[in-house]
Structures are given as C-alpha cells and as structure tokens.
Design a protein around this ligand. Structure first.
Ligand SMILES: OC[C@H]1O[C@H](O[C@H]2O[C@H](CO)[C@@H](O)[C@H](O)[C@H]2O)[C@H](O)[C@@H](O)[C@@H]1O
Ligand SMILES: [Ca+2]
Length: 729
C-alpha cells in the first residue's frame, strides 16, 4: 500500500485551545484551519492476523513520529478513520470501544507535522475510545478532515470528564418548553400509547400559556402539538387516571422576552435540566442534586429557573411534581426547595430582584410544607411525622411494561382475562381487588419517595414515617426560620395566593413558630426513628406502631439536615458507616436487610448492591457538617474513583446508578428498567444528571493529592498505602 502525503497549508501553530468545547473545536471557526488538498488513508489491512491470545496485530507502521517536543497533533480524515477504527477495535459492535473489545488496541494515524505522512500509534482502550468520541463529534459538525490535538486523546480522565460535564453534558440535558423545543422535550420514551405525539396540558391559572401553545400548534401543524386545558382540580385521582389515555407534558414556568431581531415580545420557556435517558422532563429531587454541580459550574441561571419552575408547580399543581408529565400529577418527590433556593440566593444576592426571588421560593415552600407534607394523608397525626403517601388510581403506567407482570398475572388468570384486559378492568374499578389497592397505594408511595423500588418500602411505604422525609422537613423548618429571621425582619406576610388554612392569623409567618416545629420534629424523630441500641435511625411504621429493621443509607440524612445531635452523629459514624461503606462509596442498603434475591424475588434498584449519587452527596455534606472531613473525603474518593474508572474503560460512560460492589464494570446494572446513560453511539452526550453533579461536587471535596491520584486511576487502597509510605497521613 502506498501513502500520499498531505501538503498542509500552514504550520502547526494554530492559535486555539486544544481542549475547547466541541462547538468551538469542530465548529466553523476551526474548520478553515484544517483544509487540506489530499488525504493519505490509514493503513488498515496489514498485520491483522490473530495472535495466540486471540488479539489482532496492530497495523503495519510506515514512518513514525515517535519523538516530539511540540504538543502532537494529527491530521485525520474523519469518515475513513472512523470506519477503520470501529472495524478493528469495536469487536462487539456496540459503537463503543471498551475493555471488553478484543481489537489490537492500537491504531496508527498521521501526524499533522508531516502532512499525514508519518504515523503515530494511538494505543490502549482509553485513547482509542477518545479518538472514537472525537471523530464522532467531528462528524456531527460536518467535518471531513480535522487537525486533532493529542491532548484530547490522552487527557487526564478527571479533567476530561469534568470538562465534558461542564461543556457538553449539561447542555445536552438542558431543555426549554416552548415552540422552539417542544418537539424534543415533548418526546417521552415512556409513552405507552399507540400514537405518541407532543401534547401539553396547561393549568387554568396560566391562560397566557394556553394562548401561546395554541398559536404554536396552528403555526406548525407538522409538529402535531396537542394543547389541552387541565381541569381546575387537577389532582383528582380518577381524572389523572383518565389522562393516561393521552399522556402529555405539564406546562411549567415561562418568561416574557423580546426577540432581539424583530423587537417583538413573546413567551419563552425557562430552561431546566433533565435527568437523562428515559427521563426527559423536569424532575423534583434530581433537579436539586443536579443543582449542586451546576452551581459549581457557574450555571446559576439554570438552577434559578428550576427553582422558579418549582414555585410554578406549587402554585398551579399544588406540589413539586415527581416530574412534569400528566401521569405524575398526584405525586411529589423528596423536598429540597429551601436549600436549593438559598444556594441560588447566595450567588445572586447582589442582583436586583434577588430578595424577591428568595421570598417567592420561601412562600412556595411554606405552602408546600402545609398543604402537602403536613396535611392528610401524608401527615401521621399520632406521631406528628410525615410519610410519602400520594393519591392515584390503578397501575403506574410509566413503568416498564413487564414490571408488574409477576404480580398481576395470577389476578388476570382468576378473572379469566388477558393481562391487558385485567389492567384495564382493574384501573377502571370494574373488578375489585382490595389487596391490589393496598399494594399500589404503597407502590405509588415508593415512587414518591424517589427510592423506587426497594424492599425497604415495598408493600409498606405509605405507612412509613421515613427518616429521609422527616430529615428533609426538619431542613425546611430550620431554613424557613433562619430566612424569615435573617432576610425578612422576622415577619413574613403571606399574600393571599400562598395562604392555607393552617397559617397563623393575619397570614404573617415568624421564625419562632418554625423553630418550634423543628424542635418538635427532632423530639419525634428521636422518639420514633432513632435506635440507641443499634446506633442508627430507622423508619417507623405508623400503622403497626413499630420501628422497621431495614438498614438504609438514608440513616445519614439527619446529618445532612442538622437534625442529629453531635453525639448521634458520632455514633452513626462509628456504628452505621462501616455497614454501608463498600468499594465505590455508600451502598443503598445492607445485604442483610435486602435478603435473598432470585427469580421470584428480583433485585430492586435502590437496594444492595447498588449505590446512587444522592446518597453519596448527602452523606458527604452531612459528614462535613459534623466535622468528619476525612470520612467525607474517603467516601467521595471511592465514588469518584469508581465513576472515573468506568468512564476510562467504557468509552466515557456515566450512568444513573452503579453497582458499588463491582470494581470492573460497576455501570452494569440489570435491575428493573436497566441503567440509563449507557446506551450511546460513539460518544456520550449527556452522562446522567445527578451523577454528573456528584462528580463535580465530589471533586471539590477531595484534596489535591487525591485529585492527582484519581487522575492516574489509583484505587483508594493504593492511594492510602502510597500516601502512608510518604508519611502524608
Ligand atoms: O419509570 C419508573 C420510575 O422512574 C422514575 O424513578 C427513577 O428515576 C427518577 C429520575 O431520575 C429518579 O428521580 C428516581 O429516584 C428513580 O428511581 C420516577 O421518578 C418514578 O416515579 C417512576 O415510577
Ligand atoms: Ca465495543
């Protein structure tokens, strides 16, 4: 095979940042720098005989540029290199290059300096998968030939992942709901109907949005946008069930803006971040978790608007929704609004309107507190504690079709019906099955808790005063007290639209009442949820009137919210922490609590051996709050190492959850609907919202030594040995 050299038009002194974001690096301005007249094809076919180890030999080298003092750049023809790379290295044909592929793990590509004549070996899974990612991006931008900096291929993985999250993933996950975007965000991978189409439900209190979307639908008939009013009482169980025949988005906050070109005023959706994968809408607690990373990445605008969306939801739907789809209308999620709003306020307090923003959020949180969490059916009047206990009827439609088969098949059989016939009859109360009613009451509560699903909660969730929820409400109470005192002169008048019947006479809130509520909750939590003997918190069954025994990582949430006393915190660290600490950080629950799993008792994704970003982040913050800095850093290191290693070995993967006991491929989780975030072609574009955030947030917690060690993919044990040997710790 012969090789023809390029004659590049310029030397390699391009004035650019080799690690700039893809739209800059591959976008128009960069394009002109890589115009070439000819291209020398990669030598691909030689040396491909199998070795004894079953691996293929690298392609034959021509001339190699092994030595270079200048940062190396390559001159690459995008399409042909992609083709060669995939055919040699992606041996399991999943459009990713991972440690499971059995290719030669080396590809020679032409150097820019030699006009592509001399070759350099790109070696190993990480560099090759980065090459695949870069070529895929270049192709997206319509590039035929590129000059590629080696720095993009061998970049320190910690820097690379942080950079991708900051420059690409957040943008990939950002949505606005308006005419410009409704086709994208209207798409619902969970839609079960025969004719999925963009549909938006607008609450009665937002007529301007109804008029807006009606106009958009008329202007763009090709979108097939269906615009519907919601009825006034939009949480009525039967009404929400009936909407399942035509599922759709629920309208969220919009702003007025002026088109800079035409000078015309119009509405525009406020942006927000979706979790990723099948979750393409605004979620409750995911948004909070995402905000912890977004704020570090200076995306205050996004977090601020997510707070505004939550205020809109409380005003128009009566709660912060599980997510803004019609089938979530009865359901909320773990409440984090006060903390989220206060974090934003800290960043914008010098701006005009900042205090109004905070006031609006605190008023909304107060309304939510009274009317959702301290109200029937979620409030347990005996203990004064709260439960996840949403309304709703029938089988949750958004789950995987097979999720309830095992449970429902026997009922269908008894009624002599097919599975589908039975679900239809049961949902519309044409057959009565009280046991199933009870089952689904708890199932809906499991989903409201965000911990869907887990043997901690199955068949009992709606009766539990959980540690998690009550720790969060304590945070509301203390945040609200502190804010009223510190920002509103200890008197917060409540406008009529935020008043509920539980509010004090004259509708003025003062900090003293909120301090009392917090104190009362702490006493109740100590009485019902704290277990002195076992040295940790447990949920309390308000019907059986006893503590449960399932050991859950939620036991650390009282440290996050400041509910635990310093002594309780010390006991949690010495007694509970060792039960949950594993290879990749904290596991959701202990193996013993989960019990045996098998064909008839499948794995649940919020049980052992799985670990989730929110559990890690809340525990880190809690540990720091009580002065357990080394423990917080250790847990953060373990989690970050696991995420980094999977990212390096599996083509940049970042997923919804991890098997934190599995060192080699922790992202492989086969529970319930599988793992979200792993199914991409060539290049990851989104990661997963809360794991992205945990990565950015975690990196702020670990020290400089740890950060360096993570960049070199050093396990925690090796890191400790090395630093001990050097006398650092
Ligand atoms: O479709 C099944 C369930 O999916 C959601 O739960 C999971 O994803 C959410 C978004 O990332 C997350 O908030 C939750 O903690 C996860 O378990 C949804 O929230 C459930 O309501 C739904 O039934
Ligand atoms: Ca592969």
């Amino acid at each position: 095979m012969t090789s023809q050299a390029f004659k590049p038009r310029r030397t390699s002194t391009i004035d650019h940042d080799p690690l700039s974001a893809p739209h800059i690096y591959y976008g128009e301005s960069h394009k002109k720098n890589a115009r070439v007249r000819t291209y020398s094809a990669i030598i691909e076919s030689q040396g491909r005989n199998a070795t004894t180890a079953g691996l293929k030999q690298p392609a034959r080298r021509i001339s190699h540029d092994e030595q270079s003092i200048q940062p190396r750049k390559f001159l690459v023809h995008v399409e042909s290199t992609l083709k060669t790379l995939l055919s040699r290295e992606d041996t399991d044909n999943n459009m990713q290059i991972t440690i499971e592929d059995e290719g030669p793990k080396v590809l020679s590509i032409g150097t820019e300096k030699s006009g592509g004549f001399n070759k350099f070996d790109v070696r190993g899974t990480y560099m090759l998968s980065n090459l695949l990612q870069e070529l895929t991006l270049a192709k997206d931008y319509g590039r035929k030939t590129i000059i590629l900096d080696e720095a993009r291929l061998n970049e320190n993985p910690v820097n690379r992942l942080s950079r991708l999250i900051r420059d690409s993933f957040w943008n990939g996950l950002t949505r606005r709901i308006d005419g410009s975007n409704i086709e994208k965000v209207g798409r619902d991978p969970k839609d079960w109907t025969a004719d999925p189409r963009p549909r938006i439900y607008v609450p009665r209190g937002a007529p301007e949005q109804h008029a807006y979307y009606t106009r958009i639908a008329q202007e763009h008939p090709d979108m097939r946008l269906d615009v519907q009013w919601l009825q006034e009482d939009c949480s009525d169980d039967a009404y929400v069930r009936d909407l399942n025949a035509a599922p759709g988005l629920l309208a969220i906050a919009m702003e007025e803006y002026e088109d800079p070109e035409t000078g015309k005023k119009d509405l525009r959706g406020l942006p927000f971040v979706v979790p990723g994968g099948r979750f393409n809408e605004l979620y409750g607690w995911d948004s909070y978790m995402e905000s912890l990373g977004l704020l570090i990445n200076d995306r205050v605008d996004l977090v601020k608007s997510m707070v505004q969306h939550f205020c809109f939801c409380i005003k128009h739907y009566g709660k912060i929704l599980n997510a803004n789809r019609s089938y979530y209308l009865c359901r909320s999620q773990p409440p984090f609004l006060t903390d989220m709003a206060l974090r934003v306020y800290e960043r914008i307090k010098h701006e005009p309107g900042a205090l109004d923003f905070l006031r609006e959020a605190i008023l909304a949180a107060i309304k939510e507190y009274y009317s959702v969490w301290m109200h029937a059916p979620r409030l347990d009047p005996v203990t004064g504690l709260s439960r996840y206990r949403p309304g709703g009827l029938g089988v949750p439609p958004e789950t995987e079709a097979s999720h309830f088969e095992h449970l429902l098949e026997p009922y269908a059989k008894n009624h002599n019906m097919s599975f589908e016939e039975f679900v239809e009859a049961y949902n519309h109360q044409k057959v009565s099955e009280p046991d199933l009613d009870e089952y689904f009451l708890h199932d809906r509560a499991v989903r409201e808790s965000g911990h869907d699903t887990s043997y901690r909660l199955e068949k009992v969730a709606a009766n539990l005063a959980t540690v998690d929820l009550n720790a969060l409400l304590y945070k509301y109470e203390t945040d609200i007290a502190r804010t009223i005192r510190g920002h509103f002169g200890d008197k917060l008048p409540i406008p009529a639209e935020f008043c509920t019947k539980e509010m004090t006479a004259g509708c003025v809130e003062t900090s003293a009442a909120w301090d009392r509520r917090a104190k009362k909750r702490r006493l109740a939590v100590d009485k019902y949820l704290w277990n002195e003997e076992k040295g940790m918190y447990f949920d309390y069954d308000t019907v059986k009137k006893e503590q449960t025994t399932y050991e859950s990582a939620t036991t650390f949430w009282p440290m996050w919210s400041g509910l635990a006393t310093p002594r309780q915190a010390a006991v949690l660290v010495s007694t509970a922490l060792p039960k949950f600490e594993v290879f990749g950080g904290l596991v959701s629950g202990t193996e013993e609590s989960r019990g045996a799993v098998g064909i008839d008792r499948p794995n649940r994704q919020w049980d052992y051996p799985f670990g989730w970003a929110p559990q890690q982040m809340l525990a880190w913050v809690g540990l720091q709050r009580y002065g357990y800095e080394p423990e917080a850093q250790r847990l953060a290191y373990k989690w970050l190492y696991m995420v980094t290693k999977a990212f390096v070995d599996f083509n940049g993967v970042v997923v919804e959850k991890y098997d934190v006991t599995r060192p080699i491929d922790p992202h492989k989780v086969e529970a319930e609907y599988g793992n979200q975030g792993s199914d991409f072609k060539g290049v990851p574009r989104e990661g997963f919202g809360w794991v992205n955030a945990s990565y950015i947030y975690g990196l702020q917690m670990v020290n400089a030594h740890m950060k360096r060690a993570l960049g070199a993919c050093t396990t925690y044990d090796t890191f400790v040995k090395a630093t001990e040997a050097l006398g650092f710790y």
